[in-house]
Design a protein around this ligand. Structure first.
Ligand code: UD1
Ligand code: CA
Length: 459
């Protein structure tokens, strides 16, 4: 069965970090994940990830999704693939795609097309190559009469070879059985003393096998990040590609400052995205919305005609026609129904807010089921946590909650119930009732005048 081996053992010293290089993020996702998704998109489900430096970070990230194998010492790309031999043997015949875990822009189309060529030409190896303007640092493709004759690393290249602009992307298809055989014949006779996977090309040719090159049109497919500047460049390329896609789909950007949109985010036509907006995960935004300035929207579904201004929202749903902000935090598990208005300094957590309800200012609604057309007075707090358990509040349709009401959960307000300002609700309030909890106000006439008098006498 066709399978893929992703090399992710390297450290990336120039990143100056304790994170393995393939775990650095491009547009919010580790480069390794980009490569995994490209494989999945090409229909490859049998993957093996070679880990080495800080392997535990990769294990934790993958959470057992794919098979991994540990490369104890970093002795080069050939050595890394050797670790995956038991995985390849288990997969039986077929072909193995080897990829670099730190070149995120390899695409499914290139993977599929190169496999077609590999199979049609009956190649032992098909190297995925690209023409680049600046080949510095990459292995150069030396073309032969038919296919290619070798790959020469920058450090081993002659001046003439360094002029070649067709480079090795670091991704290749191998006939699995041939690869297993060739790996056993690699040596460390080169300037870096490493087992170069690229040497398998001349070994295969020496055995009379054919080696082909699939030149991809997608020249960014080869890009990797060797340092922080390179990583920033990858982020910029990915970010602009996503923004361009949305521009084509009719999304409006007046200025791109601080706008970052994950590649899985969907946005409807006529929506305006304002500066400082970070849209993440599987977020879906409807048509004719106004998102920003300064929003983080992560894994949310937002329907049409919604306005979000200085909002941070996570794993929640916002229905059509809702207005939220400024300075609002919508925490996971919330559902804000259509026509709701949420104003400044409000936090909503794990709650449903019914149609047309208003939560205008300075309010916390947690673990609550709120009905339609409720009005929250300023400073309402659902007291949902007693230090041990969290409980829910139920607030019926058309309730009018006075300012500074505390709702001690679990508690229920019936429909059309009123609470007086400053009331702490400790028991259920029936439909149409008013709950009031207040001491009598005492008036002491002339109090401050007497105070002032005493002060003046002492002076
Ligand atoms: C390699 C290729 C080069 C190609 C380039 C594309 C070789 C000898 N050279 O060079 O022709 O142009 O990729 O980017 O293969 N890795 C391990 N274990 C190791 C060494 C590397 O897992 O012992 C992993 C790295 O994490 C990385 C990938 O293999 O994901 C490539 O390694 P890297 O050191 O970047 O290879 P290059 O020298 O850039
Ligand atoms: Ca590299």
């Amino acid at each position: 069965m066709n399978n893929a081996v992703i090399l992710a053992g390297g450290q990336g010293k120039r990143m100056k970090s304790d994170i393995p290089k393939p775990m650095f993020k491009v547009l919010g996702e580790p480069m390794l994940e980009w490569v995994i998704k490209a494989c999945e998109g090409a229909g490859l489900s049998s993957l093996c990830i070679v880990k080495g430096f800080k392997a535990e970070i990769i294990d934790e990230y993958l959470g057992g999704r794919y098979e991994t194998v540990l490369q104890e010492e970093r002795l080069g790309t050939g050595h890394a693939v050797m670790q995956a031999v038991p995985f390849m043997e288990k997969n039986g015949g077929g072909n193995t795609l080897v990829l670099c875990g730190d070149a995120p822009f390899i695409d499914s189309e290139t993977i599929k097309r190169s496999l077609e060529m590999h199979e049609q030409e009956g190649n032992s190896i098909t190297v995925i190559t690209a023409d680049v303007d600046d080949p510095t640092g990459y292995g150069r493709i030396i073309r032969g009469e038919k296919g290619i004759s070798s790959i020469v690393e920058e450090k081993d290249a002659t001046e003439a070879q360094k002029e070649i602009c067709e480079i090795n992307s670091g991704a290749y298809w191998f006939k699995t059985a041939d690869l297993i055989e060739t790996l056993g014949e690699l040596t460390r006779n080169n300037s870096q003393g490493e087992y170069y996977l690229t040497d398998s090309v001349f070994i295969a040719l020496g055995k009379g096998r054919s080696v082909g090159a699939y030149k991809t049109e997608n020249s960014i497919a080869v890009l990797g990040a060797n340092d922080r500047m390179g990583l920033l460049e990858l982020n910029t390329i990915a970010r602009m590609a996503v923004i361009e896609k949305h521009l084509e789909n009719g999304v409006e950007f007046v200025c791109l400052d601080g706008i970052i949109i994950g590649r899985d985010v969907e946005i409807g036509a006529g929506t305006q995205i304002l500066p400082g907006t970070d849209l993440r995960g599987k977020t879906v935004i409807g048509k004719d919305c106004r998102i920003g300035p300064n929003c983080i929207i992560d894994d949310c579904t937002v329907e049409d005609n919604v306005s979000l201004n200085y909002v941070q929202a996570f794993k929640s749903k916002v229905d059509a026609g809702v207005k939220i902000g400024p300075f609002v935090h919508i925490r996971p598990g919330s559902h804000i129904k259509s026509g709701v208005k949420i104003g400044d300094f409000v936090e909503i957590k794990n709650s449903t807010i019914g149609e047309g309800t208003a939560v205008a200012h300075l309010t916390y609604v947690g673990d609550s089921d709120v009905g339609k057309k409720v009005n929250f007075g300023c400073g309402t707090v659902t007291v949902n946590y007693d230090g041990i358990v969290k409980s829910r509040c139920e607030i019926g349709d058309h309730c009018f909650i006075g300012c500074n009401t505390n709702l001690i959960a679990p508690v229920k307000l019936g429909k059309w119930a009123y609470t007086a300002a400053g009331t702490t609700i400790t028991k259920d309030v029936p439909d149409y009732a008013l709950a009031i909890d207040r001491g009598t106000v005492q008036i002491k006439e002339g109090y401050s005048l007497r105070k002032l008098k005493t002060k003046l006498e002492k002076a």
